[in-house]
Design a protein around this ligand. Sequence first.
Ligand code: BES
Ligand code: ZN
Length: 658
Amino acid sequence: MDSGISFKGSDPKIASKDPTTQSNYFDVYTTHISLDWHVDFDHKIISGSATHKLTVASPGVKDAIFDTLDLDVKEVVLSGQTVKYSLGKKHEVMGSALTIPLPPSLVANSKLELTVSYATTSGCTALQWLTKEQTQGKTFPYLFSQCQPIYARSLLPIQETLTSTQTYSAQVTSVLPALLSAIRVSPPSDGPPHDGKVIGKELVTYKYNQPVAIASYLIAIAAGDLRYRAFAKPPGKTWSSGIWTEPSLMDAAFWEFSEDTTRFLAAEENLVGDYRFGTYDLLVLPPSFPYGGMENACLSFLNPTLLAGDRSLVDVVVHELTHSWFGNGVTHAHASHFWLNEGWTTYMERVLQQILHGPAQRSFSYVIGNKALRDDLERYVERPKYQRLLIDFEPGEDPDEAYSSVPYQKGANLLLHLERTIGGLDVFLPYIRDYVETFSGKSITTQQWKDHLFAYFQSHGGEEKIKALDSIDWDAWFHGEGVELPVQEDLDLTLARQAYALADRWDAARAIDVSKTSFIATDLDDFNSNQRIVFLERLQGLPPLPESHIAHLGNIYKVADTSNAEIRFRFYQLALRDPSLVPQHVAEEAARWVVGDDGSGVIKGRAKFCRPVFRSIARVDRDLAVRYFEKHKAEFHPIARKLIEKVGLQLSAMSPIS
Ligand code: BES
Ligand code: ZN
């Protein structure tokens, strides 16, 4: 089915609504970017140039306007001629518009080529430069980027809107192996590291090409003492897949992900269609990486806390690879429709789990997700706008302010509700395939998604299906506020029950002297790590247990010192819950867990962990939180730092802790 819609530079309605860009991509838009970069570890900058191939959409367009943020622009050359440009006043969120005058009387479809020579600056929010101490190997520095949602503009001048996609190519000189979110042209991934040159000393040119048009938030770079190991290729597949990381992490990282990555990628292809990007590699980063995972094109970035040693956190890889279709394939039109990326990906990740591990597993993920959803909905009671699935952003509003589990979990619940209302997975899967086929390579709004849904079922089932769709309370799903889901689907609680039962036993034992309780280490023996999480979360929903009980629980179940970050995080959330009951040493342990206490830098830089832990510590002992944060602030990723500061930890900040 052909939607007949092309948004590239042609839909001013969407363009005028994109709340985060100052660029005029609807008048003139980039189709390809060539990057010529030098990674300068000494000065912590990337310098070089970005060449844009532009196509004119509006005849007579006078300027090309790009987004930039704290870039040091040196020269602009248009069709071989140096031109005058202007950099607008900096907007705190959107940065400075770079306006470049174009020749007069341009007709539609004219092509232009424009090169901006520039360097990044210390204000670059997309990059984190790590000292060698902050890496695993402690021998070489490290660099990585995070462009989503709107930080690409601090890495290169770009029309940073999701509606306009572009191909890109890059040549990057670096004294350390460099990776980009594209297909490697040279030197070969499986050749000698750093092309046989001396790592850390000699320059090598890394060449990459991204032949699939992608949105700007998927541009990425990493450079460090990196090695590659290929995963075994499933029979009949044309794509390649492998893992990158520092040498000392390679064995652990390869073991954790080698079986599931290609298995899930192949399973996903069977469900929704071919993988379009040729290469699917993973990169395990240092611990200050602020997310669990990031679906950069051809190369998902992963947090090292996923190396649990038992493959229990591979769902994050499944999530990131699923974005290859939902997000990197079908992209949301702008920040308001973010749920189309994350809600769909979360829903599909769980469909895959059901197919590979059975329905109980899928339901269990909803149980865990719904708890996170509830917490975030409660956190946003004062800002109900962010409780909505569809958020009406003001121009210049920071999309990171709204980042939460709402688009993920409310979105996934809506899709589950839809699947069941329309007749189950067998009916829904062919529709999903059609959805991906129809919109892959395009950026769409929620309305376009919904129009296609109705059109599909009109021609696959007719009246009866449309009646089912009409029975859905769309308004409540899209615009509803409050802490409840419009419809709570029945979930299979098989895996949750055991965890609930143990939590209930602790609840019942609250008044008993802890030394007289019958809890033993083996209570948790049959629990997988998700059940451990659900056990701790269930307790969090009950009145606080006495301090002695929490200490005992942490001890006998080893959840107070487990290396599984998801579990340890839940333990701290439980232990730090009631400020009046928390002994000082627990708050201090939690702080040390986040920042590390051996001088090796932040160890839990993932925002999902460090922000709430700092929030909880600050409630117990604000000075302690401030002390630890101030000391280690520079080691946090700029995004995580910003989020923690919002908790109210700046020494100068007068704002109360929320
Ligand atoms: N694309 C997101 C990460 C992201 C979203 C970064 C918005 C910046 C702005 C990624 O796919 C993601 O969802 N990561 C999750 C993984 C989890 C849901 C399995 C994370 O990091 O927690
Ligand atoms: Zn995601």
